[in-house]
Design a protein around this ligand. Structure first.
Ligand SMILES: CC(=O)N[C@H]1[C@@H](OP(=O)(O)OP(=O)(O)OC[C@H]2O[C@@H](n3ccc(=O)[nH]c3=O)[C@H](O)[C@@H]2O)O[C@H](CO)[C@@H](O)[C@@H]1O
Ligand SMILES: C=C(OP(=O)(O)O)C(=O)O
Length: 430
């Protein structure tokens, strides 16, 4: 199994191209199930989750055509991919495919809207909490669907005349359930109003793509989204927005090691809250014409308290990385996780490197230390894994990060991007 070896101590200097966002690409790809025309997506990142979703979509009848790399900028693997689903050949999403990745459950919305039925395995994904699907089911029921759970599968059926628009208030903000209700409502009869909708940039990106496909959507990016159902959607061309979590991750890596890096092709407006925290920690961050420049020279890392919240709050997907940074701060900081109940699996691994962290319920207290020392570590989820790479970049000696497949789910060419900026990071196969 592959591992990532990090030799700490080097600053980061140079350019890191930011890829298309995993968490936007996945729902955008799923939206291709809503039309018999071709949906062309540019800037699709080359990630294990994207490849897995391609297999899942193929199973439903989506034909794929991959058209090479984007031009003009520093080379990335991000590609233009055409998705064409002339007919849905199977409305079953089987356990073997869905259990590997939570977002694959989201096919339930388009399959239901277009075919009137779906049978989708309950999902898998990162081990960061229980992650129920009650909000998906409740919101689809609001559109008239009937739901049964059978043998680990959700069986969902639309009423005879198809889904019907409705007014639904999410009792809790859910990114995935907002994506799914949004997609389903585009083909429902009449008007749907989603209250307490997720406001994440990835929801806005999906709404923009659906609108380009002929959907009538207002309010994406606010708490209330209104959708006027249409009888069919058509093809479109859409560019996946830059990955704000990858952006924040590399910004935190630079804040950790010191140096001067431009995160190319990204936009600070996607993660203002996290950038504010980084500025308080001592980094200088400026938007330039080509991307986001992150500099930390001379000054140390200041302790900063953060609380994870739905957008526009501090993202839970940057919590582990920020904790890694705080392990080297010059004081005591607190990080409170409010989204997932079990997203502190990196704490004990950071402790292997010498971090001083104590947990009390959903709050971590981090006492900064003057040095970390490399060690073998293992993470159980994607963002926790990359937090260990960040810690390793500032640790003395060698850090070996096991279970690299987590990293491959969400970071395109991580070791290459870091190495080009002066880090010593390599993949070792055994
Ligand atoms: C592929 C993708 O985009 N994944 C992101 C998405 O996950 P995902 O869409 O799964 O996360 P949600 O926003 O749905 O989850 C937020 C909270 O709502 C709870 N919940 C959710 C659905 C439900 O039916 N019932 C319920 O109780 C969850 O357990 C969690 O406590 O948003 C999360 C929160 O920003 C991010 O960490 C993930 O990276
Ligand atoms: C938690 C994540 O992914 P998923 O929702 O697919 O588990 C993530 O991207 O950090």
């Amino acid at each position: 199994m592959d591992r990532i070896r990090v030799i700490g101590g080097n600053q980061l200097n140079g350019i890191i191209p930011i890829s298309g966002a995993k968490n936007a690409a996945l729902p955008l790809m799923i939206a291709s199930l809503l039309t018999s025309d071709t949906l062309t997506l540019e800037n699709v990142p080359h990630l294990a989750d994207v490849e897995q979703l391609m297999r899942i979509l193929g199973n439903h009848g989506v034909d794929l055509s991959v058209n090479g790399r984007r031009e003009g900028q520093t080379e990335t693997y991000s590609r233009t991919v055409q998705f064409t689903c002339r007919t849905i050949v199977d409305t079953v999403a089987p356990y073997e495919l869905v259990s590997k990745m939570r977002a694959s459950f989201w096919v339930i919305g388009p399959l239901l809207a277009r075919e009137g039925k779906a049978r989708v395995s309950l999902p898998g994904g990162c081990a960061i909490g229980t992650r129920p699907v009650d909000l998906f089911l409740e919101s689809l029921q609001a559109l008239g669907a009937t739901i049964e759970i059978d043998g680990g599968y959700v069986e969902v059926t639309a009423p005879k005349g198809g889904l019907v628009g409705a007014h639904y208030t999410f009792p809790k903000v859910s990114v995935g359930a907002t994506h799914v209700m949004l997609m389903a409502a585009t083909l429902a009869k009449g008007t749907t109003v989603i209250e307490n909708a997720a406001r994440e940039p990835e929801v806005v990106d999906l709404a923009a793509c659906l609108s380009a496909m002929g959907a009538k959507i207002e309010g994406a990016g606010t708490k209330t989204i209104t959708i006027e159902g249409v009888s069919s959607l058509h093809g479109a061309r859409h560019r996946v927005l830059p990955d704000r979590i990858e952006t924040g991750t590399y910004a935190m890596a630079v804040a950790m090691t010191g140096g001067d890096v431009t995160l190319e092709g990204t936009n600070g407006a996607l993660l203002e809250n996290a950038l504010d925290a980084l500025r308080q920690a001592g980094a200088t961050i400026t938007q330039t014409e080509t991307g986001l420049r992150v500099v930390r020279n001379g000054n140390g890392i200041q302790p900063v308290d953060v609380v994870t919240e739905p957008f526009p709050g501090f993202p839970t997907d940057l919590q582990a990385q920020f904790m890694a940074l705080m392990t080297r701060s010059s004081g005591v900081s607190h990080i409170t996780e409010t989204i997932f109940e079990n997203r502190f699996m990196h704490v004990q691994e950071l402790a292997r490197l010498g971090a001083k962290i104590s947990l009390s319920g959903q709050m971590a207290r981090i006492e900064g230390v003057s040095k970390l020392k490399g060690a073998p570590v293992m993470a159980t989820d994607l963002r926790a894994s990359v937090s260990l790479v960040i810690a390793g970049l500032a640790a003395e000696g060698e850090t070996l990060v096991n279970r690299v497949y987590h990293l491959d789910r969400g970071f395109e060419r991580l070791e290459e991007k870091l190495t080009r900026c002066g880090a010593v990071v390599e993949r070792v196969s055994e």
